[in-house]
Ligand binder design. Structure first.
Ligand code: NDP
Length: 328
């Protein structure tokens, strides 16, 4: 019998947490044969609600769920942790400047990074979901002295999945026919969903679409502003789809990408494609043996170059802000 994998989830009592925990416990995060132990981290006001969720998890009698512990101290929450899903973050309040938001999140992600370095298992893998996810990941990574930088990733898989469906609808194809789609840059409105490298049933997607007006005026803004459209329609932000993407991100990282395909992950740049080294930016990546690699050697046309550069510029500005605040 396998040793259970310790999975820490922060913001466990929130909307995304509620949609996420049951799927982790039922084996979708790591695989149907991998037992898990959950470590739920909340702020003190969130602990009681997390206890309620834990009661419901108990009531599912999931065969793979070998334990649930709840903490309000990151040092305990990350003890022995193999996988960390950093969901809890400071939401943008009315009248809040971006600098205020980054400062408030620094107060969350810096101590979490320190706790990860001090207490997590050697093989720790981190996914940051809480926004601004890329820069929150950078704060945690920079505080986690001694942990390899590449263990810190940010979620752009929801953007990737949104783009897959929009492209499938436009071309009358199935999402499973589409390969090599890429989200570049920041998980924000500047992100760039790229179909120039993508293939639909083996043929170039941009050639099949052959409609730059749709690309610039419909596809890209629909994907980038999908979160706001969902808030508008549902009266609440996307939660189940965000949780689903978090599951996909970690499952792919651990279990690998299919031959001939790749996925999108926010990962520390090695300087590829002109993205300054160290920025946590979304790239096309392949995964194998629990590791990811940025896909190399893609030709970037002018249309893509301008959009990648704009999103990366925003990431650089966020990094400058958190540097000025002394958070990295
Ligand atoms: P949600 O669970 O809905 O969202 C959590 C975070 O995920 C937010 O930062 C949100 O960003 C982000 N997010 C990323 N992608 C998406 C997406 N596609 N759709 C929606 N959100 C996305 O928030 P709740 O307020 O319901 O819950 C947050 C919980 O976190 C609370 O229980 C709170 O107590 C807890 N918390 C825990 C902390 C800790 O463990 N130390 C620290 C801070 C909070 P955005 O705001 O941009 O929507």
């Amino acid at each position: 019998t396998r040793t259970p994998v310790n999975v820490t989830v922060t913001g466990a009592a929130g909307q995304i947490g509620y949609a996420l925990l049951f799927r982790i416990a039922s084996g979708h995060l790591l695989g149907a044969d991998v037992p898990v132990k959950l470590r739920l981290l909340e702020i003190p006001q969130g602990v009681k609600a997390a206890e309620g969720t834990a009661m419901e998890l108990d009531d599912c009698a999931f065969p793979l769920l070998k334990g649930i512990d709840i903490f309000d101290d990151p040092n305990k929450g990350f003890e022995g942790s193999n996988i960390g899903l950093l969901v809890g973050a400071r939401p943008r309040g009315p009248g809040m400047e971006r600098g205020d938001l980054l400062a408030a999140n620094g107060g969350i992600f810096k101590p979490q990074g320190e706790a990860i370095a001090a207490h997590a298992a050697d093989d720790i893998k981190i996914l940051v979901v809480g926004n601004p996810a890329n820069t929150n990941a950078l704060i945690a990574q920079s505080a986690a002295k001694g942990v390899p930088a590449e263990r810190f990733t940010a979620m752009t898989r929801l953007d990737h999945n949104r783009a897959l469906t929009q492209l499938a609808k436009k071309t009358g194809s199935s999402v499973t026919d589409i390969k090599r789609l890429t989200i570049w840059g920041n998980h924000s409105a500047t992100q760039y969903p790229d179909i120039f490298q993508a293939q639909i049933a083996g043929k170039n997607a941009a050639e099949i679409v052959n409609d730059e007006a749709w690309l610039a005026g419909d596809f890209i803004p629909t994907v980038a502003k999908r979160g706001a459209a969902i808030i508008d329609a549902r009266g609440a932000s996307s939660a189940a789809s965000a949780a689903n993407a978090a599951i996909d991100h970690v499952y792919t990282w651990v279990n690998g990408t299919a031959e001939g395909d790749w996925t999108s992950m926010g990962v520390p740049s090695d300087g590829s494609y002109g993205v300054p080294e160290g920025l946590i930016s979304s790239f096309p990546v392949t995964c194998a043996d629990g590791k990811y690699e940025i896909v190399q050697g893609l030709e970037i046309n002018d249309f893509s170059r301008a959009r990648i550069d704009a999103s990366v510029k925003e990431l650089s500005e966020e990094r400058d802000t958190v540097r000025e605040l002394g958070l990295i």
